[in-house]
Design a protein around this ligand. Structure first.
Ligand code: ATP
Ligand code: MN
Length: 469
């Protein structure tokens, strides 16, 4: 077969290809469907560059190699040379009249799991190695990429530096969740000290280590030198919460800014989220339209809703008042001091304010040690951003920059000072007011795609009892 430059399906369907009309082109990709009769065959090819397929038309009589055409079945991978022509049929601009086809890989129709359309998302989770080939996961993965790219672009435009924080950590002070241990000790033969406890001095790092639950503490170290930084990396929580919003391994974006107070922090969070949603509305509209049609009729409306409304900003205490006086019977009853559940968060966003909400000034007893203490002695300068359908999408705060207040909080919460001495030193040497927040990347992708389960917005989800792929 003559070697021609490969054209992406995206470029052929969307690009300015007028100069290629009536020219020989090559496309390569996976066959989605083949139909037709003994005179003509129509092959729909997808190469993952776009949700749509390009149609290849084969004049069966003129096509000498009958055996070859038989191998072209759903799921097979082929390379096609042919003439690009304006399409006769409705629904597409161009198609290819095949001259020659090479089959790279067959897919036995008896065995190929995606032979038929319309599999359930649950079934597709069991074939995570193949599900990227479906329209749904193609769309989700392209949107996921676009969001990751837009995040880096946003921060780069604002002169934030990308800080790489460690994945293996020696401190478990953050307290954001149960951790996964990292060890090279022989589990069949664990070394013990004389007092019977495990001798971690013999472990790889000479101490106990775990996978990180957050890059924030190290992010703060960066901010107190470079002013504005962000992390974007994997985080791990061994929480046994089998919900549609929790993963054991997820990606988090954590900007951390010196000289930002809680209001600056809220402004950034709002601007950031709106930027990201606008970007996807602009770049990924074909994928969004597909997902809207298939899964969520209000998807694009909901995305626009976020970009067009300023976020409501109220305190936790005001939110409790609203929830209590609403008279709604929640599964988890509300009173001042309780942590809000997603049913409460969604009530505020979807029913009460009908716009995204930023809650601030939470009770200090339900928040982390590093949050700046308010003068009332009861609350801390925390902020959570609440979104429709998701509930909490961002959690953040102004950080306690006062050494004495921070130390007394650490003692109160019985956090071992030897684990956080390095963190405390930033308050001893050149401390500064600063703030930051964490955005769960998959929560964002969940929101933007309208998918219902967080397992369906990451290529290979890690959840309790599930690490096959
Ligand atoms: P939640 O109450 O929903 O469990 P959290 O309070 O534990 O969240 P943070 O510790 O504030 O969350 O983490 C920051 C962000 O990371 C959250 O706002 C959320 O977007 C995301 N996140 C937290 N836990 C998970 C998880 N297990 N899987 C996916 N994303 C998560
Ligand atoms: Mn949690």
């Amino acid at each position: 077969m003559e070697k021609l430059k490969r054209q992406r399906v995206f470029d052929l369907l969307k690009g300015h290809v007028d100069n290629l009309i009536n020219e020989q082109v090559n496309v390569k990709g996976w066959v989605r469907t083949k139909r037709g009769n003994k005179n003509v065959a129509f092959i729909a090819i997808n190469d993952g560059s776009i949700i749509h397929n390009i149609q290849v038309v084969v004049d069966v009589a003129a096509f000498a190699d009958d055996e070859l055409l038989k191998k072209v079945t759903t799921g097979s991978c082929i390379s096609v040379n042919g003439k690009l022509v304006e399409s006769q049929g409705a629904g597409q601009h161009v198609e290819i009249l095949a001259d020659s086809i090479e089959v790279y890989g067959t897919a036995d129709p008896e065995l190929y799991p995606l032979q038929k359309k319309g599999h359930s998302l649950e079934f597709l989770r069991e074939i995570a190695h193949l599900r990227p080939r479906t329209n749904t996961f193609g769309a989700v993965l392209r949107i996921r990429h676009a969001l990751a790219f837009a995040i880096h672009q946003y921060f780069n435009n604002k002169s934030f530096y990308y800080l790489h924080t460690p994945i293996i950590t020696g401190s478990d002070a953050e307290g954001a969740g149960a951790m996964f241990r990292v060890t090279t000790l022989d589990l069949q033969n664990i070394p013990h000290k004389e007092n019977g406890t495990i001798d971690f001095e013999q472990d790889f790092f000479g101490k106990e280590t775990n996978l990180t639950v957050s890059g924030q503490l190290e992010g703060e170290l960066g901010a107190l030198a470079l002013s504005n930084v962000y992390t974007f990396g994997p985080t791990f929580r061994a929480e046994n919460s089998n919900t549609t919003r929790h993963l054991a391994e997820f990606w988090m974006i954590e900007p951390e800014m010196a000289f930002y107070d809680i209001t600056d922090n809220q402004d950034l969070a709002e601007d950031f989220l709106q930027y990201l949603v606008k970007y996807v509305l602009q770049i990924c509209i074909d994928d969004l339209e597909f997902l809207q049609k298939m899964y969520d009729k209000e998807l694009i409306e909901r995305l626009k809703f976020v970009t067009e409304n300023t976020f409501e900003r109220i305190s936790y205490t005001q939110a409790i008042d609203i929830l209590v006086s609403s008279g709604v019977k929640f599964e988890f009853p509300v009173k001042w001091g309780v942590d809000l559940q997603s049913e409460h968060e969604r009530f505020l966003v979807e029913k009460h304010f009908k716009k995204p909400v930023i809650l601030t000034d939470y009770p200090r007893d339900i928040k982390a040690f590093y949050m700046k203490q308010n003068d009332d002695g009861k609350t801390v300068r925390a902020m959570d951003v609440l979104f429709p359908k998701i509930g909490e999408i961002i959690g953040g705060s102004q950080r306690e920059e006062d050494y004495d207040k921070l130390v007394s909080r650490i003692r109160e919460m019985e956090i071992p000072e030897k684990d956080v001495w390095w963190y405390l030193e930033t308050r001893k040497f050149g401390t500064a007011p600063h703030s930051g927040f964490g955005l769960g990347f998959e929560r964002l992708v969940l929101f933007v795609t309208g998918m219902g389960n967080i397992r369906d917005v990451i290529p290979f989800p890690r959840t309790p009892l599930n690490a096959e792929f």
